[in-house]
Write a protein that binds this ligand. Sequence first.
Ligand code: SAH
Length: 363
Amino acid sequence: MTAATNLFDLNPAAMRDWFAALGEKPYRATQVLKWLYHHGVTDLDRMTDLARDLRVRLRDLVCFTLPEIHSSEVSADGTRKWLLRVDTQNCVETVFIPEPDRGTLCVSSQVGCPLACSFCATGKQGFSRNLGVAEIIGQLWLANRELGYFDQRQRIISNVVLMGMGEPLLNFDNVAEAVDLMLDDLGFSLARKRVTLSTAGVVPGIYKLAERHRICLAVSLHAPTDALRDVLVPINRSYPLRELMEACRHYARADSDEPITFEYVMLDGVNDSPEQARQLVRLLSGIPAKVNLIPFNPFPGVGYARSPKVTIDAFRDILIKAGLMTITRKTRGDDIHAACGQLTGMVKARKATIQHSRTAQTR
Ligand code: SAH
């Protein structure tokens, strides 16, 4: 007997193909998608508009498997973090950040991360595996269920950022199919401007994304020169700034010059001088850009400290004076280790951490 198909692994196109292969009409996919993503129903018996004999047939063919909630925590500032078990060895984290005008879910794309950025807790713990489509869209589904969305049909999560554990562009196909479900009217029907993918700079992935999904792009820049970026974000050794900036220009053009967000973690005495701010201005000239300064979030054993507020403000002012839209990201959920760069989950069965060869990254 072949294994059951997890219907959470299928984007709308794949779901239609799956029903077609079964000899069923494509509208069966529409019905099932609505049950799953509009009503939060995963019980075939409650999918009452499916003919009874089809339901009986499906019982042996499909399953609805999602990560399991291992634990959850709520920060003093209202940020919520769920630790989700994805297999016997591994857990990933998902974070909900409520704000007065929006609710943002920060979604993980891999178990651990192979890129080993020197200031990132996820990077420090190594890499186990890519998440599947169900494990990615499942984070949004579970958070929605926990927040009561399926009961009230009132949008609580208005934005999704692929900024949790992992490098989303190294898990391109599964991430892209999960994004299909985020955007599709039969899925969570989020506007594409409300979905942001953050990358450490996987250049071929940026070109692929421009073809596939014109969602918002954020780039973890963190340094204005190759010499420093090689140290902080080691993938820079494979894709240096010149190539990364060219890819960003391409993406912005493909997305009608929507600005790209450049993330810049503020590390005391490392990348936060006025001269480095001026270098950053020169680097970003000619690119539609917004800059997000992220006060560094420390974790045990890391050799960096957060830049003082006066330094961050001075850095920000240089960028603003040069005409760059710049904000300092508010630190949220750090009391429950839910802030940027603090997500670790539980990662076992680790593999190699850094893959420097291009073939390894583009395959
Ligand atoms: N791999 C992707 C997705 C992770 S996003 C990427 O690199 O963009 C997480 C964001 O938090 C990135 O901008 C990352 O560089 C930043 N970050 C990592 N560690 C951090 C820390 N300790 N403090 C503040 N920001 C951090």
